[in-house]
Structure formats: C-alpha cells, structure tokens
Design a protein around this ligand. Structure first.
Ligand SMILES: [Zn+2]
Length: 347
C-alpha cells in the first residue's frame, strides 16, 4: 500500500522551524512505500505509523502535506485492494480533525502518464481533497498534479493546465489588487503572497550531480542523467510552472533522495527524501515555518532502520540469555565470572 511517502512538515507563521518546535506547523511527507513481503510490509508500515504519530504529537502541525506515491500499487489495484489500502492509510495517518492533510498524486497512485486515466484520478481525488489551491492563514500553496504535466494535450493534461492557468490568474490579480482594486471580480482576492508549490515529480534538472549531504543520492548514482517525464518533469512543463505560478519555493518527492536546486531567478526547490524504510535506511521529513513573505525549513531525521533492528536484536538476545539462566539451562554469567576469578587467584 504505502510505497514512497515523502513527508514534509511545514509550520506556518513566524515561529522558527525546528524538529523540536511545538504547534502551528505543517508536516510534509515524501514517498510511503509498501514492500511486498509480509514481514517487511508490517515492519515498514509500523515504522511509518509510529514516525507519523510521533511527529504529530511532538510537533503539532496545522497542515500535513504528502508528496505522492502513497499507494504502492494504486496504479493497477482492483477496487477492493484500493479500498483496503485506503483504510490502512487512514489508520496509519490518522490525525485530529483540526489538522489539514493534503496529498498530491504520484505515479504509484495513478500511474505514469501512459497508465493514468480519469477513473484512477477520480478514485484518488475521492479520497484526498482535489483542490489545487490551498490558502491557509495568508499563505498560498499550489498542489500540482505533476503526473498530468506531460504536455501532450491529452484531456487530463489539458484540464490540469487549465486549472493551473486559472490559479495563475487568481494569484496575479491578488498581487495587483493593491494597485488596481476590484480586478479580481467576484472571486475575491487571495492573500498577496507568492505561492509554495507542492508536487510529486521534481522540476527538470539534468541529474543529482550537484547534490550533497548524507541523504543525497549515492555518489555512484548522482551523475546518471535524469529522464524527462519519468524521473523529473520536462523542461517545458518546468518552465510553464515557474512562469505561470512564480513560486517562492518548490517542494517535490519521487526521487527518494534529498537535493536542493535553484531554478531561474533563484527559486529554491527541495527534493524531500522518502519517509519509508523501504526506500532509505535514514528517512526524514521537513518541518517548515512560513510567513507570507518568508520561510524557514528544517530537516527532521527519523530513526535509522539498522539502528532500530540492532537494538531489537540485542534486546532479544539478552532476553533469551536471561530466560535460559532463569530455567538453569545456562550458567549464570555472574557464576561463570566468579569461578573464573577464583580459578585465576588460585593459580
Ligand atoms: Zn514517484
């Protein structure tokens, strides 16, 4: 069910972002992967559930964004399998009613462009709020269906582009409202603030060659060129998004690795690493603090899979030894030590 959740927490307003901060925040998760084997599946879904619930309790965000690939097999699952996955998602990512949860579609949810269809998109949008523009306390977030940014004029792609153009007009008129009141017509102006883009596929970049940090792609993979419309959006789609929406920040998932890229006139894009142990030994998410004109982001690391497994295995080994000593199938280590000491003294 959960393939590649990239999770990102964004806290709003003037508070300093940090992984120990409390209240008034938004949580952004990247990919949530679901492995095939039952044991791995249970282990990693447990990891995501505990991580998410702990982050909610500790950081108390106001908004949570998940950057797509919520369902591993959403692109081909039957109606029944889809319903089961949705139920498990809602259990794992349960949250209080006052917390806003917004999710963008990934290729594992609705398929790549050549696999998606209206039925899969509608099925996804029935579960997750389909609104592309989300204004929250003076801050505009645009949730892009990047799977539909193929640019080939297909019905779904044309509809997605028309929606974004409409949002672009709304944002423009709001920013001009100050000088030309009444321009926004009946719709009413949005907050006059440049938007934050949230999407599954990253904007076009040649590769991850310039990315650095512990959770960037492994050095051997960084130089591999990205494929447009598969690893990243096409150049054309990326230009359109930057031109139409003029964002101040872009947050994306899909690659499972961290990276920071500057586009055009200095627009920062942050690739949020996977939220799941399936894709990374060291998953993480992002906590941000936003005002209408500024933002601060902090990366919040989660427990490493190898550390947790080593701790559990060590604890289990201790428990076995203590049990064997208790039932006298094993000599007490204290006795063994004492006997050795006595032997050493007498020789
Ligand atoms: Zn993806």
């Amino acid at each position: 069910m959960m393939p590649y959740t990239s999770c990102c927490i964004i806290s709003l307003f003037t508070r300093q972002a940090g992984c120990a901060s409390l209240g008034e925040g938004a949580l952004v998760l990247g990919s949530t992967s679901r492995p095939c084997q039952l044991v791995a599946l249970l282990k990693r879904e447990w990891q995501m559930e505990r991580a998410f619930q702990t982050a909610l309790w500790l950081l108390q965000p106001e908004v949570v964004f998940i950057l797509g690939d919520v369902f591993d097999e959403g692109k081909w699952s039957s109606s029944q399998a889809w319903a089961d996955d949705v139920e498990r998602f809602q259990t794992m990512f349960r949250h209080p009613a006052h917390v806003q949860l917004r999710v963008v579609a990934g290729n594992h949810d609705v398929g790549f462009h050549y696999q998606m269809n209206t039925y899969k998109i509608k099925r996804f949008e029935k579960v997750f709020n389909p609104e592309r523009l989300f204004s929250w306390k003076g801050i505009n977030f645009v949730l892009v269906n990047s799977v539909a940014m193929e640019g080939d004029g297909c019905d779904i792609c044309s509809g997605a582009e028309a929606e974004l153009l409409e949002i672009s007009q709304q944002l423009n008129c709001s920013q001009e409202q100050e000088h030309h009141p009444g321009r926004c017509g009946d719709r009413g102006p949005l907050p006059a603030s440049a938007p934050v883009l949230l999407q599954h596929f990253p904007l076009y970049r040649r590769s991850d060659a310039h990315c650095s940090g512990e959770d960037a792609a492994p050095p051997a993979e960084r130089g591999i060129p990205f494929q447009e419309r598969y690893d990243v959006l096409s150049r054309e789609a990326s230009r359109k998004l930057l031109w139409w929406l003029r964002p101040r920040l872009v947050l994306s998932g899909h690659t499972h690795h961290a990276c920071e890229v500057l586009h055009g006139a200095g627009v920062l894009e942050v690739s949020v690493p996977s939220f799941s142990w399936r894709n990374r030994n060291d998953p993480s998410f992002i906590m941000g603090s936003f005002t209408p004109t500024d933002y601060v982001l902090a990366k919040c690391p989660m427990p490493r899979e190898d550390t947790v497994l080593t701790t559990y295995c060590g604890a289990a080994a201790c428990l076995v030894v203590l049990t064997l000593v208790h039932v006298r199938l094993l000599a007490s280590p204290l006795h063994v030590g004492w006997n050795l000491l006595r032997k050493f003294k007498t020789t």
